[in-house]
Write a protein that binds this ligand. Structure first.
Ligand SMILES: [Zn+2]
Length: 431
């Protein structure tokens, strides 16, 4: 049966709010190793989950891929893999095809430059027009962000999570090295952070700040005084700064002692976001991998931040799953908050559909980001993009069926949440 909104959503170009793709140089360095396992993306984590509390083969889950895969192929992570494999190679992702999948993948990249590989998988096969990348490169190594190492339609976020949960001098030492600012005092540390941001901006790469600190601490941030932060800094510097190669004292400060410093630095970065209207992306909700401390990742822990920095635009990523309804309420209450479904379609397609449906009923649609692949390999985007399109189409179809949206309104919503909101958020016009 023809379905106009589904057809519209399937061909609508995408704004990808979040990705971790490597540079062309790193991509080329890994060419020989791209095999069927590189299609797994996040599904490797579900393999470990399927293996249970006492994995039969220890932690070497890849050796058990054949046995574990059937249990994983039904989850969102697993379905993204199957979708990509079917779309790209017309093959089922299953053990008997692993050899053929590797050969097909290698054939697909064989005669292409890295730039052509990215164009093929990201632009052509995923239908992505723009990518906001969190490339996991050192943001003080500006050579790694050179224009000829990344597609022209990629934009970048400045990210230094380690500054917000320091327990030794290592984070500051690399900042010192990268910026040339000797970190002799708290003020000099703030100078070094600003110098790093200035460098990123000067290189034309600063499109957003990315705060991924949920991986190392809870999201609640208080407002310590300069004195409290300075005490923490002095303690940390005197105890943990390498001195002619000799590590002093125990080499670490406990996380509680260092927290005032991390919180203080967080506010300094928010001030720059405020002063220069730089959007802030924050990881909220579920954490990649296993054993993560989920309770510290709720978006609502950041309410005092949204309230204080009313003129800063916050992109709250990953739908804050499993607290998606809560994020809808937050986004409705705080005009500076934008709920984002990046990665969520793969983590939990059913929850993502419910989230989008609820948000559309509560939050003006110009605030919602509908897609972000959040992958490392460009071919993984194909499955995640398809997954997002199928979910978005289903939600909008239900809104039309229920009589809530006209077909024209549904198309307007799709164009906004899939592309236009992102273009407006980052002020994207030409490549
Ligand atoms: Zn990510």
């Amino acid at each position: 049966m023809p379905n106009a909104i589904r057809d519209f959503v399937m061909q609508q170009p995408l704004f990808c709010s979040h990705n971790h793709h490597v540079s062309f140089k790193e991509f080329d360095a890994g060419r020989a190793g791209y095999d069927h396992t590189t299609l797994l993306g996040y599904a490797d984590a579900d393999l470990r989950t399927a293996a249970g509390a006492r994995p039969p083969g220890g932690e070497e889950w890849l050796a058990h891929l054949d046995a574990c895969w059937p249990k994983v192929r039904t989850t969102g992570y697993g379905r993204a893999v199957a979708l990509a494999c079917r779309e790209l190679f017309d093959l089922d992702y299953s053990p008997e095809n692993f050899g053929a999948i590797t050969r097909a993948l290698q054939a697909a990249i064989a005669d292409k430059s890295a730039a052509e590989v990215f164009d093929y998988f990201v632009r052509e096969k995923s239908g992505t027009k723009w990518v906001l990348s969190d490339a996991k490169l050192d943001v003080t190594d500006l050579a790694a962000y050179a224009e000829d190492l990344h597609p022209s339609y990629y934009r970048f976020a400045w990210r230094r999570d380690d500054l917000f949960y320091p327990t030794d001098f290592a984070a500051f030492a690399s900042l010192e090295q990268g910026t040339g600012v000797a970190i002799l005092s708290l003020d000099r540390l703030v100078d070094a952070i600003n110098a790093s941001i200035d460098g990123f901006k000067g290189a034309g790469r600063l499109q957003a700040f990315k705060i991924g600190m949920a991986y190392g601490r809870e999201l609640a941030v208080v407002d310590p005084t300069r004195h409290e932060a300075e005490l923490a800094f002095n303690r940390l510097r005197s105890r943990t700064r390498p001195n002619d190669g000799i590590q002093q004292d125990s080499g670490r400060v406990n996380a509680r002692e260092a927290r005032p410093l991390g919180d203080y630095l967080f506010h300094r970065v928010m001030e720059r976001a405020h002063d220069e209207d730089i959007p802030v992306q924050v990881h909220t909700g579920y954490l990649w991998g296993h054993w993560g401390s989920l309770m510290g990742t709720k978006a609502s822990l950041l309410l005092p931040i949204f309230e204080k920095y009313r003129r800063v635009r916050f992109d709250l990523m990953h739908a804050s799953w499993p607290w998606t309804s809560e994020l809808g309420a937050v986004a409705k209450n705080y005009p500076n908050v934008y709920p984002d479904l990046c990665w969520a379609w793969a983590m939990n397609p059913a929850a993502s559909e419910r989230a989008l449906s609820e948000w559309l009923d509560a939050v003006p649609f110009n605030k919602i980001f509908g897609y972000g692949a959040d992958t490392s390999h460009p071919w993984c985007d194909v499955g995640y993009a398809l997954q997002a399109r199928l979910g978005i189409a289903r939600v909008l179809d239900q809104k039309i069926e229920g009589g809530y949206f006209s077909p024209a309104a549904a198309e307007e919503v799709a164009a906004a949440i899939m592309l236009r909101n992102g273009e407006e958020f980052l002020d994207l016009t030409s490549e």
